[in-house]
Design a protein around this ligand. Structure first.
Ligand code: N5H
Length: 257
């Protein structure tokens, strides 16, 4: 069995900075020998992504802007990737968005357009991307998305993003069912709280981490390297029997009542 990812190419969508879980995933896949293709939402993220990729000891990474709210942009991006590399072996979807003002207070106050926007970017985009990426996965593949416990149960302040994650989880399972016959697996990692750009502006993040330190079975928050290693497992042949699954990389926090 092949533990190495040498000779394989993986698309990573959603690196924002060095703290990003997407960057932890990129590093783990790179260390396993993979070639990486990065996509970013708009030009604001181009330089940070290129600068981070430049720290990797290989120079064949590729970079594409991809606005996931735009079907034409998605199709064009994967057309470009196809023309450049031909085949991809996996994709990490590390993309979510909700209006900052709807990530506090009561879910009850969620707006119609805020609900639609959160679902469009955080859940539907996985389906749109899977459809475009499937044609490049001619040797089978592994699609991975990032979810959070707030999609399974109520987590204070997560609000519309929790509802979008529930949709993402179901989207992941339906895609796993559709794509299994092509040898393409689709899974999610449910990471514990990590201080990323997503968590920026979350007032009581210290309190959230303290709760993990006191109550999670492993008594410590997880880091992006731990998520990266689980992603490597899901991208490798070691996980060849797993699809439609949510793997919690959260120090065991989700088992608590
Ligand atoms: C219960 C919590 C704390 C509440 C935090 C919710 C975080 C939700 C994630 C979304 C993706 C954050 C988000 O959309 C922020 C935007 O409104 C503003 N930020 C941006 O526009 C920046 C510049 C760009 C880069 O961000 C995006 N997304 O495009 C959950 C926490 C304990 C765990 C957590 C932080 C979960 C998570 O889903 O990230």
């Amino acid at each position: 069995m092949n533990f190495s990812l040498e000779g394989r190419t993986y698309v990573v969508m959603g690196v924002a900075n060095k703290r990003s879980i997407a960057w932890g995933i990129s590093q783990a896949l790179h260390n396993a020998g993979a070639r990486l293709v990065f996509t970013y939402a708009n030009e604001r993220f181009e330089k940070p992504v290129r600068d981070l990729a430049a720290t990797l000891d290989r120079d064949d990474s590729l970079f594409y802007e991809c606005d996931v709210t735009d079907d034409d942009a998605i199709n064009q991006t994967f057309e470009n990737i196809k023309n450049e590399v031909g085949v991809i072996h996996g994709l990490a979807h590390c993309i979510a968005f909700a209006k900052r003002e709807e990530l506090k207070g009561e879910f009850l106050n969620t707006s119609r357009d805020g609900f639609a926007l959160a679902h469009d970017i955080s859940a539907f985009s996985l389906a749109a991307i899977a459809r475009a990426a499937k044609d490049l996965m001619t040797e089978g593949g592994s699609i991975l998305t990032l979810t959070y416990l707030g999609g399974e149960r109520v987590v204070e302040n997560y609000n519309v993003m929790g509802v979008a994650k529930a949709s993402l989880d179901a989207t992941m399972r339906y895609l796993a069912n559709d794509l299994g016959k092509y040898g393409v697996r689709v899974n999610a990692i449910s990471a514990g709280p990590i201080r990323t750009v997503s968590a920026k502006g979350v007032g009581d993040f210290n309190a959230i981490l303290k709760e993990i330190e006191e109550r999670a079975p492993l008594r410590k928050p997880v880091n992006k390297e731990e998520v990266g290693d689980a992603a490597y497992f899901l991208m490798s042949d070691l996980s060849r029997g797993i699809t439609g699954e949510i793997i919690h990389v959260d120090s065991g926090y989700n088992i608590l009542g």
